[in-house]
Design a binder for this molecule. Structure first.
Ligand code: B12
Length: 217
C-alpha cells in the first residue's frame, strides 16, 4: 500500500503538515489503524538510528516527532474504544530528566480505552510530583512511568523507591520505554512492565484486577 510508504517517508523527513492527510488517506483506503501506527513507530526507530549514526541531529528528530504526533491525532479515534468498566485512576508521566513523550502518550491512549481515568503529569516528572499526584487524586490504582534515556532510568528507580517510602498504598506501578526490560523492572521493584502500548493496557488491566481480587479475598 503506497500511502503507508508515503507516511513512513514523510515521518522520517519530519513533514508534519503532510502526515495527517496521508494517514487519513491510508485509513480511507482501508488500512488498519494498528498497521499504520506500527509503520509510524518503526519510522521513529529509523530516525533514532540515523541520529546515532550522526546523519541527523536533534532538530530533525524533533520534526519527525512532531510529524508522528500529528499522525497519531488522526489515528486516535480509530485506536481507542469506550470502555464500560472503570479500573480507577492512573497517574502517568515521563520520569525526571526525560522529555520524550510520544510513547507515553500512546500508552495513555490505550490505558484510557482499557478503562482507566488518566491523569497525565507530562514529561520531566520528579518522584515528588508522582507522589503528590497519588495523594491529590481519588482511587489511584496505577502509576505508569515512561523513560527513553538510559541516563534517566535511575530516575525511574528513584520514583519507585520514593513511592514505596511514602507509605502510600492501593496502587501498582508499571514501567516502560525503549531501554526498559522486564529484568530492569524486577530489579527496581516495579509491579509490571510492557514493551508497547497495546501490551501495556493488557498488563495494566491484569495488575489492577489481580490486586482487587487479592484485597477482596
Ligand atoms: C523523537 C526522539 C526525540 C525527540 C522527542 C520528542 C518527543 N516529543 O517525544 C527529541 C528531539 C526531543 C529528543 C531529544 C533527545 N534524545 Co531522543 N529520540 C527520539 C527517537 C527518535 C524516537 C522516540 C519515539 O518517540 N519513539 C516512538 C515511540 C512510540 O516509542 P517508545 O517511546 O519506545 O514507546 C513505546 C514503548 O517503549 C512503550 N512505552 C513507552 N513508555 C512506556 C511507559 C509504560 C508504563 C509502558 C508499560 C510502556 C511504555 O510503549 C510505547 C508505544 O508502543 C528515539 C529513537 C528510538 N529508537 O527510540 C531517540 C532517542 C530515545 N533519543 C536519544 C537521545 C540521546 C536524545 C537526546 C539526549 C539528544 C541530545 N543530544 O540532546 C535528547 C534528550 C532530551 C531529554 N532530556 O529527554 C537516544 C537515547 C539513547 C539512550 N539509550 O539513552 C535515542 C534512542 C536515539 C539514539 N538512537 O541515539 N529525542
Amino acid at each position: 500500500m503506497s500511502k503507508i510508504a508515503d507516511i513512513k517517508t514523510n515521518i522520517e523527513k519530519g513533514k508534519a503538515k503532510l502526515v495527517p492527510d496521508l494517514v487519513q488517506e491510508a485509513l480511507n483506503e482501508g488500512g488498519s489503524a494498528e498497521d499504520i501506527l506500527q509503520v509510524m513507530v518503526d519510522s521513529m526507530g529509523i530516525v533514532g538510528d540515523r541520529f546515532s549514526a550522526g546523519e541527523i541531529f536533534v532538530p530533525e528528530m524533533l520534526m519527525a516527532a512532531k510529524a508522528m504526533s500529528k499522525g497519531v491525532e488522526v489515528l486516535k479515534p480509530h485506536l481507542v474504544s469506550d470502555s464500560a468498566s472503570s479500573l480507577g485512576t492512573c497517574i502517568i508521566g515521563t520520569v525526571e530528566g526525560d522529555l520524550h513523550d510520544i510513547g507515553k502518550n500512546l500508552v495513555k491512549m490505550m490505558l484510557e480505552s482499557a478503562g482507566f481515568n488518566m491523569v497525565d503529569l507530562g514529561v520531566d516528572v520528579s518522584a515528588a510530583k508522582f507522589i503528590a499526584a497519588v495523594k491529590e487524586n481519588e482511587n489511584v490504582t496505577l502509576v505508569a512511568c515512561s523513560g527513553l534515556l538510559t541516563t534517566t532510568m535511575t530516575a525511574m528507580k528513584k520514583t519507585i523507591q520514593e513511592l514505596k517510602a511514602s507509605g502510600l498504598t492501593g496502587f501498582k506501578v508499571i514501567v516502560g520505554g525503549a531501554p526498559v526490560t522486564q529484568e530492569y523492572a524486577d530489579e527496581i521493584g516495579a509491579d509490571g512492565f510492557a514493551p508497547d502500548a497495546g501490551s501495556a493496557a493488557v498488563k495494566a488491566q491484569a495488575l489492577v484486577s489481580a490486586s482487587h481480587t487479592s484485597s477482596n479475598s
